[in-house]
Design a protein around this ligand. Structure first.
Ligand code: BGC
Length: 809
């Protein structure tokens, strides 16, 4: 059928549907399904989290059916290999087909503004171009299987604390160049079927109610043609969100939302056109995805396990390797120290959590290479120093020639729903490492697991560091192959590792209050900041070592019309096969606009056998030199001198050439230099309030707004400002403390750790949750009227509130 015929048919269906039926179509029927109508031939479609494996659950609980747990996107990004992202997308699509999932909730492509971000493990990078390219291929792979991608979280959702309430105060330039760019690239490059609108607020409105973002930016500027879906529980005013362009409310089955829509039509405050437009999109999506289902599809889980292992291997980053202590040779007298050797962190926590089909721990995979003594040395759940465990580890280590230490960020420290408090390793791991280094004179190899950069105060004391990040279910296998050189490390950091947390560009402004988070650093995110402000880092963006060496030669740059052609030869001059990540940056010093020192514009991963040589070429176009002009509201190119650079990382540039870029545009800088000295030459991570007010075009009040009276959109931590609110808050904490206690009684030691971490993780989220969100997530358990009653009660209207709670309709 042609598109026009489909549209005609949908119009006819809509004519026959009642208002109530349409209202139901605009929301899910449960957490994972849209509404279907046999009589109108409208199928229901199924969704599932995402993004690095399927989490098939029948309610909103966290444990799902078993599925391949691929490495989280943080690790995928380190591969710098879009083909690998495509392959992962295809494999995920196949699992969706088998389980009859029509749309996967992913990829998650928010920019990593701070390493404290609780959900950074789900995101790709601090760099928008890398994020955009990897995500585009992931979506292309997934959608090639007839499964839709719901790209999330659109947009400016870069922190977990206060994600339901905080306004992201960002200037338009940073918004377009850093935070929106990956979405723009993915929409253009892969036409995703869905876009998930995030919880947070922007410019005084909730994102789900912002027509500026959902209609003007996503649809009109970026040409998004799919269905706009709310994040789960983000919608509290369905009329407003519908008018703003939000098609589908999830999880839905929300009596309150339905009444709002029906009454709005009856009272003529809402136009039926808005309802029909969204219904039409949902019907088109359901028709398309349902007709792409392959009956009785069975996928090859063994093949998927292998893909998971290869992404883990390609995504691991060898940060340091003094004296070529790695790779290990078979027969070497090494010992394995650290509880994470037996229980590695392999994935994140929250809605993305996958129940792996085939989990391989390092300790098991390493058996293929020899018999190695093992000692835990520290406890995973309890971070206190345990002298007995340490002594045992030192004893074992003293008898071997090399120590392989396994450590990393414990799962409780890294989860959706709240941000991290630090990026340091727990006290017990630091203490053990310190003793190993001080008491023994042996090479130490540190293997790290975790979803974000970690402070490395022990960097100079150890010989090698292999950052496995979160390697998914095959992590143990990948790790052993890397340690023994069966696979050559080729991952590169998709984010900067700072020396200490205080160095982070947004350190002074991140996660400020439940109402506001000011993005004062503007475009200076990640390496863009460290380089501009000359702040030393531990390991730069793009860094990663290999067991072999590569040589670049015959580098030339030619210009033809408005394009630049960069070409060179790349040779593997070492003795083992391996992959190089070629990184092309563009720099622009002579500019009337404040800019980063350099920006990544191209990259490519190339595999070469020892001695092999390959010709490489890249084409740069006008777009690679543009910046977003906030006055003209589009990208412009300043004429002038730029540099095209080749680097081993953003800090290790081994080739650069000045080129003259012409421009037909007559635009001028939107900034007066004397008003924003700091942005032109930042020397620290302090960005003055008045300069920020200038670039953002308004001044935020430093006073918190709207703490009292409490509303259904107040965070629970604000409930502590009233007597009765405090009472309710304590009850909530008490309930979750009881859950933790229950978990502590679990007799299975492995399950115990998992259960305790899950209960603690839920408890950590309490302060950030809103009653409105909770009600919208599960309107049956917490009807809107009850939610309102609770808020009244907390505001001191004890009896009216109680009456509403007890006698609601
Ligand atoms: C998360 C989404 C997720 C959804 C469904 C939300 O809390 O932010 O990423 O897809 O839940 O589980």
């Amino acid at each position: 059928m042609f598109l026009e015929d489909i549209k005609m048919e949908t119009k006819a269906i809509l004519k026959g549907m009642s208002l109530e039926e349409k209202a139901d179509l605009l929301m899910g029927t449960s957490a994972w399904y849209t509404k279907g109508y046999d009589k109108y031939n409208i199928p229901s479609i199924r969704m599932s989290d995402g993004p690095y494996g399927l989490r098939i659950v029948n309610d909103v609980s966290l444990k799902g059916e078993e599925a391949t747990c691929f490495p989280p996107l943080v690790t995928l990004a380190n591969t710098f290999d879009p083909e690998m992202a495509f392959e992962m997308g295809v494999a995920l699509g196949e699992e969706c087909q088998e389980k009859k999932v029509n749309m996967l909730l992913g990829p998650a492509i928010n920019i990593k503004r701070s390493p404290l971000g609780g959900r950074n493990f789900e995101y790709l990078s601090e760099d928008p171009y890398l994020t955009g390219r990897m995500a585009t291929e992931y979506v292309n792979g997934l959608q090639s299987q007839g499964v839709g991608a719901c790209v999330k979280h659109f947009c400016l959702n870069n922190e977990e604390n206060y994600r339901f309430t905080a306004e992201s105060g960002v200037d338009e330039r940073a918004m377009y160049e850093i935070y929106l760019k990956p979405f723009q690239m993915v929409i253009k490059g892969s036409n995703p079927k869905g876009l998930m609108a995030s919880y947070n607020r922007f410019n005084g409105e909730k994102v789900v109610e912002s027509s500026r973002l959902l209609i003007q930016v996503a649809r009109n500027e970026f040409n998004f043609a799919g269905v706009m879906v709310s994040d789960w529980g983000a919608t509290t005013d369905r009329e407003k969100s519908l008018v703003a362009g939000l098609d589908l409310e999830m999880p839905g089955d929300d009596k309150f939302s339905k009444e709002l829509l029906v009454n709005a039509i009856k009272n003529k405050t809402l136009d039926m056109g808005a309802i029909d437009r969204s219904c039409q999109r949902i019907i088109a999506l359901a028709d398309e995805l349902k007709s792409s289902e392959i009956p009785n599809y069975k996928c090859d889980y063994q093949a998927h396990h292998k893909i998971a292992i290869s992404i883990a291997a390609e995504g691991a980053v060898l940060l340091k390797n003094n004296g070529s202590v790695l790779p290990l040779k078979k027969g070497e007298n090494v010992c394995l120290i650290g509880a994470m050797c037996k229980n590695m962190r392999f994935e994140g926590a929250g809605s993305s959590k996958v129940t792996p089909l085939h989990l391989v721990q390092p300790i098991d995979a390493l058996k293929a290479y020899g018999i190695f003594p093992y000692e835990a040395g520290y406890k995973l759940y309890d971070h206190k120093v345990n002298k007995e465990l340490e002594d045992a580890a030192i004893r074992v280590a003293s008898r071997s020639d090399k120590v392989i230490f396994f450590g990393g960020t414990p799962s409780i420290d890294e989860s959706e729903g709240y941000d991290k408090k630090s990026i340091s390793l727990p006290e017990n791991q630091l203490s053990l490492l310190n003793r190993l280094a001080k008491e023994l004179d042996k090479p130490i190899v540190v293997v790290l697991f975790g979803g974000a950069p970690i402070e490395l105060p022990f960097n100079d004391e150890v010989s090698a560091i292999l950052a496995m990040y979160l390697p998914g279910e095959g992590g143990g296998q990948a790790c052993s192959e890397l340690l023994f050189g069966e696979v050559n490390p080729s991952g590169r950091l998709a984010e900067t590792w700072p020396i200490k947390l205080e160095d982070v560009p947004c350190y002074n402004y991140y996660d400020e209050s439940p109402d506001l988070t000011e993005y004062r650093e503007s475009i200076y995110v990640g390496y863009r900041y460290y380089q501009k402000a000359n702040v030393k880092v531990r390991y730069p963006f793009g860094h990663g070592l290999s067991y072999t060496k590569f040589k670049y030669s015959n580098i030339t740059i030619r210009r033809k019309e408005d394009k630049f052609y960069l070409s060179f030869k790349l040779k593997n001059i070492g003795t083992s096969a391996g992959s190089e990540v070629v990184q092309v940056y563009v720099g622009h010093e002579d500019t009337a606009v404040f800019k980063a020192k350099r920006e990544l514009v191209r990259f490519s991963k190339v595999f070469l056998n020892a001695g092999e040589e390959k010709k490489m070429s890249f084409t740069l176009t006008k777009n690679d030199f543009g910046y977003y002009n906030i006055k003209e509201r589009h990208y412009v190119v300043e004429a002038g001198l730029y540099t095209i650079e080749l680097g081993k990382s953003s800090d290790d540039i081994f080739y650069n050439k000045s080129i003259k870029v012409p421009s037909e545009e007559s635009s001028s800088s939107p900034y007066q230099t004397n008003k924003i000295h700091t942005y032109f030459a930042p020397s620290s991570n302090l960005f003055p309030e008045d300069e920020f007010a200038y670039i953002i075009g308004k001044k935020y009040s430093s006073k918190r707004v709207g703490v009292l009276p409490l509303t259904i959109n107040s965070v629970l931590s604000d409930f502590r400002y009233t007597f009765w609110g405090r009472f309710l808050y304590r009850i909530a904490i008490h309930i979750f403390k009881k859950e933790v206690k229950k978990a502590e009684k679990c007799s299975d030691p492995n399950l115990k750790e998992i259960k305790i971490s899950e209960a603690l993780s839920m408890m950590n989220q309490i302060p950030n949750v809103t009653i409105g969100m909770a009600s919208s997530i599960d309107n049956k358990k917490l009807p809107h009227e009850v939610a309102e009653g609770i808020v009244m009660f907390a505001n001191g209207k004890v009896f009216t509130g109680l009456r509403k709670v007890l006698f609601h309709k």
